[in-house]
Design a protein around this ligand. Structure first.
Ligand SMILES: Nc1nc2c(c(=O)[nH]1)N[C@H]1C(S)=C(S)[C@@H](COP(=O)(O)OP(=O)(O)OC[C@H]3O[C@@H](n4cnc5c(=O)[nH]c(N)nc54)[C@H](O)[C@@H]3O)O[C@H]1N2
Ligand SMILES: Nc1nc2c(c(=O)[nH]1)N[C@H]1C(S)=C(S)[C@@H](COP(=O)(O)OP(=O)(O)OC[C@H]3O[C@@H](n4cnc5c(=O)[nH]c(N)nc54)[C@H](O)[C@@H]3O)O[C@H]1N2
Ligand SMILES: [Mo]
Length: 791
């Protein structure tokens, strides 16, 4: 009998740990956050190295925190440290001195490594040398950098078309590395540049560009300090942008009111004890939300329409006091048609669909009615919904009624995720570049870039499955675990001829690879980056469009690491050779040279090299921020958009599931096993349910269950979860990502932006049975045999 090779598991092991549940916290940060920050540095064995770095993080002349994209204050910086607990964890994760060496890979096959949890995989340490997986291999083996680039070049040059390769980016890559990376992809001949934005804020850009003329936020930090109302919808700042809470605190102190809209009463929305101030350390801290609205999953559109309906009512009673007619007349288009739709809406019905009481919505409308300085912040709770683009357009509608975009203290604030995800896009990491952008590259370099749009993340996975993609190159990230439909995606990745990951830490994408695979280790943000004997700095763009320099200070753990810019340049030289018209060697040698090129090819970067050296960096131009809405279809006007309220009827045994982050993870990197604010310890395989549903469906709190999804007529199974009774709307559930990505169909996407709708998954919940594992195994085998191709 032919012995088949055992395939490594694409998912973390289905084993339970030791769940401890405590009450949901009512405030975020404070002393526990400070303790947690330092304890991670100690656990990684780097108290001195780590603490030194911590004090350089987000300081002038220091390095940009690798965690989220929240900007640094323009004015004073805290001498105690301009970082947060989760920034410290991100730092500890990369500052570790543990190493993953050739010896490590010799001892551990990919099959062995796949049996570890993601938490365990992450703790193995920093990748220390380039590694290669030969065809039919089980163990990675060392390879020289030259041979690695040759291997990549051979594969790329063998392709029938450049479009058989795709170049993925995760959002930590610097502006400089991003620019040369996309330049290579385009000179090579493809726009296949899927990136993490395709799973993150693509929805925001898709909604904002046609409505306000720019796919980015319009507010600055100062706007938070002097405003009337801040609405936080579908975002969890306490965990995912903790430094945002200092801005909220300052805004509150100056009189702002906060409305929080979220199915979960997240601690970071409720109250904040600022660990950098005495009253935060010993006092009660600051109450944040003045009004908390526990909306149902995807009930936000009904809520927004209900708010607009009430505002219209107030306006009719006090003409001119609620809406800004001068703004509407001079700056917008489509007001009449927009207003007309409200004849068809009724408050009670909308309230019911949102899951909120009409009285609560009325209170929110009153808070907004006579104010003009309003900021709307949002995150994945909206962008990962099937109608996310429409919901963000609806936020724009509401703000346009009030003239609340493009003036101080008002505007839109999509809270970006990765620390340089916004910069990546500005640097043309984009599968849908505009002709104007490509013309600039052509005019400067003299080659003709491809014009056809490339694959985004979801399309790239489908293309791999259909054998249309043969090479996947990943500049950072963890493609397998971040993407949806894990079994399907794993089968797709295994079909590749070559998969390449430029990484700092080991992750599951290294284990589920193409026929051949490469792991290329690189520097992280805090590492000292020495080129030609001189310490270099890179630059990044924050969520608010500020471009700043970042200079690492830690001695790299290995001499065998190469920075991402050099990796892109050397790949280009090896692949294109004399075909290229670009002086790659020059870019490999000098970030200044790359910045000079960026200045020539991307508007807004005039005098890049001198301005990036200024104290606070510089703001990129943002016409919408200045009140100018230059939209493609409406000239200098921002159009009102017509949207509809979705029908979220569920079958009797169906639930809606949103996948979220815990407090102890950065995307697919699991720092620890505590979701402190939500009171969950030592377990990730949990499903939050309303106690009424638990009772009604004959479950008990703490019971083991299996989760199922049936989109496209295919059974997807996430086995072995524990029910946790939680304050969450009925028929709604929350689980942690990436454990439940296996339930998200590749076809469950957001309209227009084509992002996975990971916060809107229809699931069924059944009591756990031991036989489920065999069933899972069978599904995985069928998937590998291509019998379960969703169309
Ligand atoms: N420490 C840490 N920081 C991070 C990250 C991390 O993993 N760890 N990730 C980074 C990245 S890449 C990103 S994109 C951001 C993500 O930051 P967030 O946008 O905060 O992402 P999530 O934690 O996925 O979920 C956000 C919130 O959406 C709510 N939600 C779910 N469904 C709905 C809904 O239908 N309506 C409403 N109104 N709310 C809903 C959830 O309850 C949750 O509170 O954070 C960045 N910062
Ligand atoms: N179900 C579900 N799925 C989701 C989400 C969700 O809310 N629910 N969120 C989505 C979102 S918002 C995002 S942004 C994506 C994230 O998707 P990705 O960006 O692909 O994933 P990360 O987990 O951030 O990537 C972690 C890996 O990046 C590497 N890395 C870290 N720092 C560096 C660096 O400086 N350079 C290089 N080259 N590599 C580095 C490390 O090896 C680490 O293992 O996931 C998405 N997936
Ligand atoms: Mo993200």
């Amino acid at each position: 009998m032919k012995k088949t090779k055992k395939e490594p598991s694409a998912e973390p092991p289905y084993k339970l740990l030791d769940l401890k549940v405590s009450p949901v916290k009512k405030w975020a940060a404070g002393i526990p956050a400070v303790m947690a920050a330092f304890s991670d540095l100690f656990e990684e064995g780097v108290p001195v190295r780590g603490t030194r770095a911590l004090f350089s993080m987000n300081q002038r002349g220091g390095f940009d925190c690798p965690s989220c994209a929240w900007p640094d204050p323009d004015d004073e910086r805290s001498p105690v440290g301009e970082y947060c607990e989760n920034g410290a964890k991100a730092l500890a994760d990369e500052a570790t001195t543990r190493k993953v060496t050739a010896e490590f890979f010799k001892r551990n096959s990919v099959y062995d490594l796949a049996n570890l949890t993601d938490f365990e995989i992450g703790r193995m340490g920093r990748l220390a040398e380039p590694m290669y997986m030969p065809e039919n291999g089980t163990h990675y083996q060392p390879i020289s950098w030259d041979d690695a680039f040759k291997k990549i070049a051979d594969h790329l040059n063998r392709l029938q078309s450049p479009d058989e390769a795709a170049f993925y980016t995760s959002g930590r890559t610097s502006n400089e590395a991003s620019f040369v990376y996309q330049l290579f992809a385009r000179e090579f001949g493809t726009n296949n540049m899927p990136d993490c934005s395709n799973m993150c804020h693509e929805t925001s850009g898709t909604a904002l560009l046609p409505t306000i003329g720019i796919g980015k936020g319009t507010v600055k930090l100062d706007d938070f300090y002097d405003t009337d109302v801040i609405v936080i919808i579908g975002h969890n700042p306490g965990t995912n942008a903790p430094r945002m809470m200092s801005a909220l605190e300052k805004g509150k102190k100056n009189g702002a009111k906060i409305i929080a809209i979220n199915p979960l009463p997240e601690a970071g929305l409720m109250a904040f004890r600022n660990p950098q101030q005495l009253n935060g350390v010993i006092g009660n801290g600051v109450q944040l939300a003045d009004l908390y609205l526990p909306v149902k999953i995807n009930g936000d559109m009904a809520l927004l329409k209900a708010l607009e309906l009430l505002l219209l009512d107030f306006e009719r009673k006090s003409p001119g006091e609620v809406f800004d007619h001068e703004f509407i007349n001079n700056k917008t288009a489509g007001y009449e048609a927009f207003i007309k739709q409200f004849e068809d809406y009724e408050l009670d019905k909308l309230a019911e669909e949102s899951g909120l009481s009409a009285a609560d919505i009325y209170q929110a409308a009153q808070m907004l009615a006579f104010k003009k300085r309003i900021i709307f912040c949002w995150g994945m709770g909206l962008t990962q919904q099937p109608n996310g683009v429409d919901m963000i357009k609806e936020i724009v509608n509401l703000l346009l009624l009030k003239g609340s975009i493009g003036k101080p203290g008002a505007g839109v604030c999509p809270v970006r995720g990765h620390s340089n995800v916004q910069g990546n896009r500005t640097m043309l990491i984009n599968e849908k570049p505009t002709n104007e952008q490509l013309d600039r590259l052509r005019d400067y370099y003299g080659f003709e870039p491809p014009r056809e749009h490339g694959y985004d993340v979801v399309r790239a996975i489908k293309a791999m499955h259909a054998d249309k993609l043969k090479v996947l190159f990943c500049m950072g990230g963890n493609f397998l675990s971040a993407t949806p439909d894990t079994t399907y995606t794993a089968a797709a990745l295994r079909k590749l001829h070559l998969s390449v990951c430029v990484s700092t830490k080991l992750n599951r994408t290294h284990l589920i690879h193409g026929r051949e695979a490469l792991i290329l280790p690189t520097y992280s943000r805090s590492d000292l980056d020495i080129v030609n004997g001189e310490a270099q700095f890179i630059s990044t763009e924050s969520s608010m469009g500020i471009v700043q320099s970042s200079k690492g200070i830690l001695k790299p753990i290995s001499d065998d690491l190469i920075n991402e810019t050099q990796i892109a340049c050397r790949m280009a030289m090896a692949t294109l050779g004399s075909r290229s018209v670009v002086d790659w060697q020059r870019y490999a040698n000098s970030y200044d040279a790359v910045r000079d090129a960026i200045e020539k090819c991307i508007p807004g970067f005039e005098n890049y090299n001198s301005r990036v050296r200024e104290r606070n960096g510089f703001y990129l131009p943002n016409a919408a921020r200045d009140g100018n809405f230059v939209t493609a279809a409406y000239g200098d006007r921002a159009p009102f958009s017509l949207t509809s309220v979705p029908d979220n009827t569920l079958a009797r045994d169906e639930y809606l599931m949103a996948t979220t982050r815990t407090h102890d993870q950065f995307n697919t990197t699991i720092y620890g096993l505590e979701d402190r604010y939500r009171g969950i310890k030592n377990e990730r395989r949990v499903v939050f349910m309303n106690q009424k549903d638990i009772d009604a469906d004959g479950f008990v709190n703490g019971e083991k269950v299996d989760l199922f999804n049936y989109d496209d007529g295919i059974e997807r199974i996430a086995p072995l979860f524990i029910i946790v009774a939680y304050p969450i709307p009925e028929r709604n559930t929350v689980t942690y990502f990436p454990e439940t990505n296996v339930l998200v169909s590749i076809n469950n996407v957001v309209g227009e932006s084509n992002m996975p709708a990971s916060k809107y998954v229809r699931i069924k919940i059944r009591k756990h049975v031991p036989e489920i594992f065999e069933q899972v195994e069978k599904t995985q085998q069928r998937e590998r045999r291509n019998e379960l191709m969703p169309v």
